[in-house]
Design a protein around this ligand. Structure first.
Ligand SMILES: CC(C)(COP(=O)(O)OP(=O)(O)OC[C@H]1O[C@@H](n2cnc3c(N)ncnc32)[C@H](O)[C@@H]1OP(=O)(O)O)[C@@H](O)C(=O)NCCC(=O)NCCS
Length: 153
């Protein structure tokens, strides 16, 4: 299937776009320095972008996570507001899961806002299931997190 974007490792020059998407996606704020630190100093990080192949912003989605022993933890994943529902979130997740599998990861874990039904639907479609709830995990606004897990085959 044709995709108007490519899935690539994140580079330093992508960071401004990544932060802009983060700020417009209602995610917990990491900010430029935290992403840069992950990129350069955490060899267990998995940082991926969806690069726009047409006119418009250069980066239209990103994934940030890290592996701890045999687990991948999803820290942030988002698609640019103007480019949702064209498969970017799913493609980023699939690429991260593939990369993690290559590193010997056995399961993927993530937290998602209890009210974030679109992300929960995406994760369910990818095979994740609900395994728990963390009370008042999020701030601004305060909200529970649902914990979701994918066991790798
Ligand atoms: C969640 C998010 C990353 C999905 O990205 P996306 O590129 O729009 O998603 P995709 O096009 O890959 O869709 C994958 C599946 O997710 C589900 N989905 C995505 N958006 C949805 C919505 N608004 N309503 C219902 N289901 C939705 C659908 O099942 C979809 O599959 P389909 O299009 O074949 O029906 C995007 O909405 C986003 O950036 N949200 C803000 C940040 C965020 O909440 N991140 C997750 C933090 S845990």
């Amino acid at each position: 299937m044709f995709r108007p974007y490519s899935i690539e490792p994140m580079r330093e020059r992508d960071l401004m776009d990544v932060v802009e998407i983060e700020e417009n996606s209602g995610l917990n704020r990491w900010g430029y320095d935290a992403y840069r630190r992950e990129l350069f100093t955490n060899q267990n990080s998995i940082m991926i972008v969806a690069r726009n192949l047409f006119m418009g912003p250069s980066v239209i989605g990103f994934f940030a996570g890290w592996t701890v022993e045999d687990e991948l933890h999803v820290n942030n994943v988002a698609a640019h507001r103007d480019y949702r529902r064209v498969g970017i979130g799913r493609s980023l997740m699939e690429a991260a899961i593939d990369e993690a599998r290559g590193r010997g990861v056995a399961q993927v874990l993530l937290e998602v806002r209890a009210s974030n039904e679109s992300a929960q639907q995406m994760y369910r479609n990818l095979g994740f299931s609900f395994v728990g709830r963390r009370r008042d995990y999020y701030r601004l606004p305060t909200e529970d997190a649902l914990v979701m897990k994918l066991k790798m085959g």
